[in-house]
Structures are given as structure tokens and as C-alpha cells.
Design a protein around this ligand. Structure first.
Ligand code: SF4
Ligand code: F3S
Length: 439
């Protein structure tokens, strides 16, 4: 039997695309999973948001090229954001690669593989009708192919982004913003609930700029949250500019909308935020956080932070620390700035020395570790509802799940099943997660 191995890098949108590709490959007769070195087809679903994951892709291509020398029939495909950005260059530089395709082409995967099998190496990086702002970008025949994993179904509601944050490659790799019709989204959500999804995660690079047939993100959120049978609704990522008091109020009052929010702020200094073209300043951001904290009980926040943006002074960097202290995120994704080809910021001199970036990152991580510690400690003895989503990979009889606010909990309860929603008392903690007992 033909076997395929998919390695996914990057964000949840890439996870979602990989899940779709698993289905398409299975339909085409592939068994997906197993060992990469033995697979007939290896697909790298790539991310170009930073230099590091991109380099990892190329080192993996190198490793695969060596395996291909022994097994020339192996097909190597590179998909995702690096593929969209680099296109033809990948085929030219890496002779072992057979197929390069962008995120808008995933539904043509079986046909593209057939072309490779017929002896044609290929690059497919076109956009699907990007002139239209509204598009049902999951084809009708794929609408019911969504899968439920760990009790959760992922549903893409937008793709691309019309903001042009100076450091960000996403508008180049995912294109301009396209929203999907409300009814089409609801049909997919209903199908996932019928298949056992307790939780739905709405996805997009910029979810709250959703706009389709007169419906904004708030209408969509309300409509999905009201679907019978759904217990939890999450979404990622929203942009702070499009986050407003109405959304906070809806989150506060709707029991199905989870009390966790990823709200990227990137930098604390207003000058850097302006250079980044973020269109919000520190005060506006913190005011939104303050209102969220006031209204939404039990809310946990997460964010993205970049240190060492070109020209960032020590004092400006310290404003980033100040935002961390005030907002008290549970989780942060913090990175050293690295220029991405084709972005506005790449035209600026990357003038902050690596050691300075590293020292700043270390300070951010140290401060954050203390904040996360406090949040975890504050959970001891509390009662939480936990959605069981996996068996512990190493410990027998231990199941794992997440609280409403997206904190990880491990509990010793071998009889539980994935998808169970159980009341738990928090009895202890580990470095980044909680321990609990069913109560
Ligand atoms: Fe990138 Fe997000 Fe900015 Fe869009 S809003 S350009 S996805 S950082
Ligand atoms: Fe990376 Fe593309 Fe996602 S650049 S973060 S995989 S949208």
C-alpha cells in the first residue's frame, strides 16, 4: 500500500490544512502516518513566519534527499507558506523536491501528485479567485470531510489578511482577506457536532475582520455558539484593532464561548508599534485588556511578542516588559525579530545585535515564567470543567485535557474517554500545567 507522511510546521491554520490533506490522501489510497523514512510520499507543510522554521524545512529536505538516493521512487512535496513564498526557487535549488504548492492549492493535491507520477515536477502557487472578498473556500465535496480530534473540530472562517504589519509575511503567503459565507460555515460546524465535536475552533489569520453578506465576526460567533450540542467555542487569532466592547460582552455572557483569548500586542512602545503598522498603541491595547478583565470572569490571555525590532531602544523594550506586567498573560509566544523577505521591515537595517536580542528575549521569558507561575498557583484548589482530549503520551492511566480558559490539566482517570467533559478539582501543578482529580 502507498504510504504518506506529513510534517506540519507553523500555526493552527497549517494544522487545519494538514488535516484536510490527510483526508484527500486517504481518498487517493494512501495510508497516512508511520515512518517518514519509509513513506512513498513525504509532504512538508511549511511556515515562513520566522527564519528558524524555514531553515528547519530546508534541513529536512536535505535529509530526505539522501533517503531519496536509496529510494528514488519517494515523492517529496513542499506545501504551505514557504512554498507559496519561494515557489520555483525550491524546485531549482533542491533537485530532490518533486512538488511545490501553496496553501490555496491543497484541494488539488491528488491531481498534482498524479502529475508527479507522470514524470512532471511542478510548482502550483496560484491564488483561488482572490478578486472576491467572499468565497466558500472549502469545496462542497469536502464540506463533510472535516475531522474531530480530541473532541475538537477546526473550521476555517477567513483566510489571508488585509493588514500590512511591517514584519509579517502572512499577506504574501496567504493572500488578501477572504471571508466564508455564514451558512457554509454553520453547515460545516453542524457536521462536526454530529461527528462528536464538543468544541469548535474557528480559524483565520485575522478572524475578527470577518465580513460576509452583511455579517460581522460578532454575528458569526453568536450563531456558532448557539448551535445545539456545542459545548465550547474558541477562535484564533483576533487582531486587537478589531476587538471591541461588544465582543467582550458577548464572551462574558455566552457560556459556550471559552474564556480564553489570544490577543497579539507585539511590542510595548508606541513608536515601535507605529513602525510595525499595528494601528493601535499601548494605552488602547491595555484599555481593551482592562475591560476584558472586568467583564469576563476566569479569562486567560495569550499573546505574541517580538523583541529587537529594528531601532528598538532599551527603554522601548522595557515598555514591552511593562505590558507583560500589566496584562498578565498566561502564555506568550515571544521571538527575536528576524527580517522576512518581501516585508516592509526587511527594508530596514536589522540593527539590533543578536546578543542584545537574546538578552531581551531572556528577560521577557523570565518575567513571563513568574507570571505564569502565579496564575498556575492561583488555580490550586479551584474547580474546573475539563475537556479530555488525549491520553498522556508517557504515563499509563493518565488522561489530559483543557479547562475552559485553555489551561492543560492531567488527571489519573483511565476510564475517561476523549471528548468527555468532566468536573475536576485542581490538586497540584507541573511546570506549565495543572494536575487534578475528578470531583
Ligand atoms: Fe500578519 Fe496578523 Fe498583521 Fe495580518 S494582522 S499582517 S496576519 S501580523
Ligand atoms: Fe506560518 Fe503561514 Fe501560519 S507563515 S504562522 S504557517 S499563516
Amino acid at each position: 500500500m502507498k504510504s504518506a507522511f506529513i510534517q506540519t510546521f507553523g500555526c493552527q491554520m497549517n494544522d487545519h490544512d494538514s488535516r484536510r490533506m490527510v483526508h484527500l490522501l486517504e481518498e487517493a489510497g494512501y495510508q497516512v502516518g508511520g515512518e517518514m523514512d519509509q513513506a512513498s510520499l513525504v509532504l512538508l507543510n511549511t511556515c515562513s513566519v520566522r527564519e528558524n522554521p524555514e531553515n528547519k524545512v530546508y534541513s529536512m529536505v536535505g535529509r530526505l534527499a539522501r533517503i531519496k538516493k536509496e529510494r528514488p521512487e519517494m515523492i517529496i512535496a513542499v506545501g504551505g507558506c514557504v512554498a507559496q513564498q519561494e515557489g520555483e526557487k525550491i524546485l531549482k535549488r533542491h533537485k530532490a523536491v518533486d512538488l511545490v504548492f501553496g496553501p490555496d492549492q491543497i484541494f488539488h493535491l491528488p491531481r498534482m501528485i498524479q502529475e508527479v507520477q507522470a514524470g512532471k515536477r511542478g510548482v502550483y502557487t496560484g491564488w483561488q479567485e482572490r478578486d472576491r472578498k467572499l468565497q466558500n473556500f472549502i469545496p462542497d465535496e469536502e464540506l463533510e470531510a472535516g475531522t474531530v480530534e480530541g473532541g475538537q473540530g477546526m473550521v476555517a472562517i477567513t483566510k489571508g489578511c488585509d493588514n500590512h504589519c511591517s514584519f509579517c509575511i502572512v499577506p504574501k503567503t496567504r493572500g488578501t482577506l477572504v471571508s466564508r459565507e455564514l451558512d457554509n460555515i454553520l453547515a460545516e460546524c453542524r457536521d462536526l457536532i454530529d461527528k462528536g465535536a464538543v468544541e469548535i475552533l474557528l480559524l483565520g489569520q485575522n478572524v475578527n475582520s470577518y465580513q460576509a453578506q452583511g455579517h460581522g465576526f460578532i454575528d458569526l460567533l453568536q450563531a456558532v455558539a448557539d448551535l445545539p450540542g456545542l459545548k465550547r467555542l474558541r477562535f484564533t487569532s483576533p487582531h486587537p484593532n478589531d476587538w471591541n466592547a461588544e465582543l467582550t460582552d458577548l464572551m462574558a455572557r455566552h457560556p459556550v464561548i471559552c474564556k480564553s483569548l489570544h490577543l497579539p500586542f507585539q511590542a510595548g512602545s508606541d513608536r515601535i508599534l507605529e513602525l510595525m503598522r499595528r494601528d493601535h498603541n499601548q494605552a488602547q491595547y491595555l484599555a481593551k485588556v482592562a475591560y476584558l478583565r472586568e467583564q469576563v470572569a476566569g479569562l486567560q490571555l495569550s499573546t505574541d511578542v517580538i523583541v529587537g525590532y529594528p531601532g528598538e531602544t532599551e527603554a522601548e523594550f522595557e515598555e514591552t516588559l511593562e505590558v507583560l506586567k500589566q496584562a498578565k498573560f498566561f502564555l506568550i509566544y515571544a521571538f527575536k525579530y528576524s527580517p522576512r523577505p518581501g516585508t516592509k521591515a526587511a527594508q530596514l537595517e536589522d540593527d539590533i545585535p543578536t546578543e542584545v536580542k537574546e538578552a531581551r528575549l531572556e528577560r521577557v521569558l523570565k518575567l513571563q515564567a513568574g507570571i505564569q507561575d502565579q496564575i498556575l498557583d492561583a488555580h490550586l484548589g479551584t474547580r474546573q470543567e475539563v475537556l479530555i482530549d488525549a491520553a498522556h503520551p508517557k504515563e499509563r492511566g493518565v488522561m489530559q485535557g483543557r479547562t475552559d480558559a485553555n489551561l492543560r490539566v492531567a488527571l489519573s482517570a483511565p476510564d475517561l474517554e476523549i471528548g468527555d467533559l468532566v468536573p475536576v478539582t485542581i490538586t497540584g501543578r507541573r511546570e506549565h500545567s495543572l494536575l487534578g482529580d475528578i470531583t
